[in-house]
Design a protein around this ligand. Structure first.
Ligand code: GDP
Ligand code: MN
Length: 388
């Protein structure tokens, strides 16, 4: 789960990490008041969308007067912001954050990530702040310092010194950075992050360090124990198909193709997408109904696929293990009858009770193609969708 910059900054503030003062605004008048309240010479008006690269896309602008802040908010709210992270369709801006302007002397990059290789918490620091870290990693990888902290020992003094020395930070800046690193480490454990990125982390004209931009991504599997974080979820920012799927407890990722895939197991789902592509098709989604799916789960999964107007055909690829093929077949038939099936469908079943499953499909009277294996199924659905 992602949250907005203004929410990330609230969390930083609550956890002892310095951020500029700022207020959220959903209309120009609020933006004007926000700047009056700040009382600063310069305010920054920042579009709140779940994507980076806003600065280059026109989503971060400086205002010299409250009236100008209102004008910028008016331009930004309602606009579709396109950045290299939003894709060409962009993201609609619903609110802006009006923040006290900072005088930037230096920009750094700092991120904490879950390091799967070492089963630790990775700290990534770079003197090349404000830039895309991917670009820095490609062109000047020596400018990125990386250390992994073992959670059984926790963040130690030597870790902090290692970051500071490798990045050649002046003593005064080391003093600023140290409490920030300590507090970020505590936050990382407390809130179950998958990733936390600050770009830029700045030194201002007073020599003070501030977080100017924060992106936070939380581990979805931990949301059950992160109720305070869960309430920050903004459904406007998410793919409606994915929101619906998560309500049903399905693992779903929307893609831009036209073949809806309904599969059990993430590995099989990946293989299904690969083989569909291999035969010249393009998947509309990744959908894993899970090992414990029942008739209701299958019906819900179908609802999502059928409500997507991009879906021109459905490829069901199920391996019955714990879940039996006859149960799945019943689910498919029930869902197709309830929702009406006006697009081609290919079903490939294998595993426990496969014969009963095939029998149920055959006797259902539904117009579907029962594939003999995965390749046959993929080839067939690609053909059928192309013909339509
Ligand atoms: P992003 O483009 O989505 O990553 O948005 P950021 O919040 O990182 O803002 C983009 C850039 O705008 C930053 O890298 C800064 O260079 C600049 N910027 C943001 N806030 C301020 C500010 O208070 N003062 C100045 N001078 N520049 C700012
Ligand atoms: Mn940024």
């Amino acid at each position: 789960m992602d949250i907005h910059e203004y929410q990330a900054k609230q969390l930083f503030k609550q956890n002892g990490i310095p951020v500029p003062e700022g207020y959220l605004a959903t209309n120009p008048l609020e933006a004007e008041f926000a700047m009056r309240r700040l009382g600063t010479e310069i305010a920054v008006v920042k579009a709140q969308v779940h994507a980076g690269g806003r600065g280059k896309g026109g989503g971060v602008k400086l205002a010299k007067t409250p009236e100008e802040a209102a004008k910028l908010a008016k331009e930004m709210i309602g606009m579709t912001l396109v950045t290299h992270q939003t894709g060409p369709e962009g993201k609609k801006v619903h609110k802006v954050y009006v923040e006290a302007g900072s005088k930037i002397v230096k920009e750094y990059y700092l991120a904490l990530v879950l390091d799967r290789e070492t089963a630790g918490i990775g700290f990534m620091f770079s003197t090349e702040g404000g830039m895309d870290i991917e670009e820095v990693a490609e062109k000047t990888p020596e400018k990125i310092v990386y250390i992994s902290v073992d959670p059984t020992t926790g963040l130690q003094g030597h870790h902090i010194r290692s970051i500071c020395f490798q990045a050649k930070l002046p003593a005064a800046e080391q003093k600023e950075l140290t409490p920030i690193l300590k507090n970020l480490y505590k936050m990382f454990l407390k809130y179950d992050y998958a990733m936390l990125e600050i770009n830029p982390l700045i030194i201002n004209d007073q020599g003070k360090m501030f977080v100017l931009d924060g992106k936070m991504n939380f581990d979805d599997n931990a949301m059950y124990r992160q109720k305070d974080i869960e309430v920050m979820r903004d459904f406007l920012e998410e793919d409606p198909r994915e929101v619906q799927a998560s309500k049903y407890g399905l693992s779903y990722i929307g893609l831009d193709g036209n073949i809806g895939c309904l599969v059990n197991g993430a590995g099989l789902a990946m293989a299904t997408m690969d083989i569909t592509k291999f035969f010249g098709g393009s998947p509309a989604n990744f959908l894993d109904v899970g090992g414990g799916a029942n008739q209701e789960t299958v019906t819900n999964a179908f609802k999502i696929l059928l409500s997507d107007s991009n879906v021109k055909g459905i490829f069901v690829n199920i391996f019955g293990g714990i879940m039996r093929c006859d149960v799945i077949a019943n689910g498919i038939v029930a869902a197709a009858k309830e929702l009406g099936l006006r697009i081609p469908m290919v079903v490939r079943l294998e595993g426990t009770n496969v014969e009963q499953g095939k029998e149920i499909l055959k006797n259902s009277g539904l117009d579907l193609y029962a594939a003999s294996d995965m390749a046959d199924g993929a080839k067939k659905i690609v053909e059928m969708v192309k013909k339509k």
